[in-house]
Design a protein around this ligand. Structure first.
Ligand code: ADP
Length: 227
C-alpha cells in the first residue's frame, strides 16, 4: 500500500538574483512499512525535502500526498492536526522540552491532541527504548543517546503514518549510533513503521530497504538495497 507520494516537488528560497532552488522537480512514492534512507552531499536539499514531507515547510509547487490526502490542500488547523497524528519527527539535536521529564516528553503529542495515553503502548515503547528507569529524569540528566531515544519515543507514541528523521545519529558516538540504528530496525520490523531517514551514517543507509540519493535538489539515484 502506498503511504506517501511526492509529485513534482519544487522549493525555491528567496527571489530574483538571490533565489536558491533547493528542490528541483522531485517525484517518488513510498510503500507502507518501507525503510528509506536519503543520502547526498550537504546543501543538496535533503532537510528541505524532509520538512516539506512533514508539513513544516511549504513547497513552491508540487504535491505531497500522505495516505491519499494532499497535505498542502489542508487549512492550517487541519495541517497542524495531521502533523501531530501522522508524522513523527526526529532531529539531530533531539529538540526535547527541557522542563518536562522523560515520560512527559514522550507523551507530549498525546497531551497536545487531548488524548489519553495507552499504557500498554507507552510501556512497550519505553521498554524497547530501555528508558523504564529514567521516566522521571529531565533531558539534561540524560546522555545524548538516551535523549535521542526519548525523541524516538515521542515520534512513535501516536503510531504515525510516517517517521521522518534528520541525521538522528549525527551527534552520537559509534556505540550510541549503533544502538539507535538497532532501535529503528526493531520498530520498523515489529510495528511495520514507515521510516524515512536522512543520514551520512553508512550504518543506517545499509540497513534501509531503499536508498534515495539527492544531488542539487534532484534525485540522482533511487535503488533497492540488496543487503
Ligand atoms: P541539506 O539538508 O542536503 O544539507 P538543505 O535542504 O538544508 O540541504 O538546503 C538546500 C539548499 O537550500 C541549500 O543551498 C541551502 O543553503 C538552501 N536553504 C535551506 N534553507 C534555506 C532558507 N531557509 N533560506 C534560504 N535558503 C535555504
Amino acid at each position: 500500500m502506498e503511504i506517501l507520494r511526492v509529485e513534482h516537488l519544487t522549493k525555491t528560497y528567496g527571489k530574483g538574483e538571490a533565489a536558491v532552488t533547493a528542490l528541483d522537480d522531485i517525484s517518488f512514492s513510498v510503500q507502507k512499512g518501507e525503510f528509506v534512507a536519503i543520502i547526498g552531499p550537504s546543501g543538496s536539499g535533503k532537510s528541505t525535502l524532509l520538512h516539506i514531507l512533514g508539513g513544516v515547510d511549504t513547497p513552491t509547487s508540487g504535491k505531497v500526498i500522505v495516505d491519499q490526502t494532499d497535505i498542502y490542500d489542508m487549512d492550517e488547523t487541519k495541517l497542524a492536526i495531521f502533523r501531530r497524528r501522522q508524522i513523527g519527527l526526529i532531529y539531530q539535536f533531539y529538540n526535547l522540552i527541557p522542563v518536562l521529564n522523560v515520560k512527559e516528553n514522550i507523551t507530549l503529542p498525546l497531551l497536545l491532541d487531548g488524548r489519553e495515553e495507552n499504557r500498554d503502548n507507552l510501556n512497550s515503547i519505553v521498554e524497547v527504548l530501555g528508558l523504564g528507569h529514567r521516566l522521571k529524569h529531565l533531558p539534561n540528566q540524560l546522555s545524548g543517546g538516551q535523549q535521542q531515544r526519548v525523541s524516538i519515543g515521542r515520534a512513535l507514541i501516536n503510531s504515525p503514518a510516517i517517521v521522518l528523521a534528520d541525521e538522528p545519529t549525527g551527534n552520537l558516538d559509534t556505540k550510541n549510533s549503533e544502538e539507535i540504528v538497532k532501535l529503528f530496525k526493531r520498530f520498523h520490523r515489529e510495528r511495520d513503521q514507515t521510516l524515512i531517514i536522512i543520514t551520512h551514517d553508512e550504518n543506517i543507509a545499509l540497513q534501509a530497504d531503499r536508498i534515495i540519493s539527492i544531488q542539487d535538489g534532484r534525485i540522482s539515484r533511487d535503488e533497492v538495497n540488496r543487503r
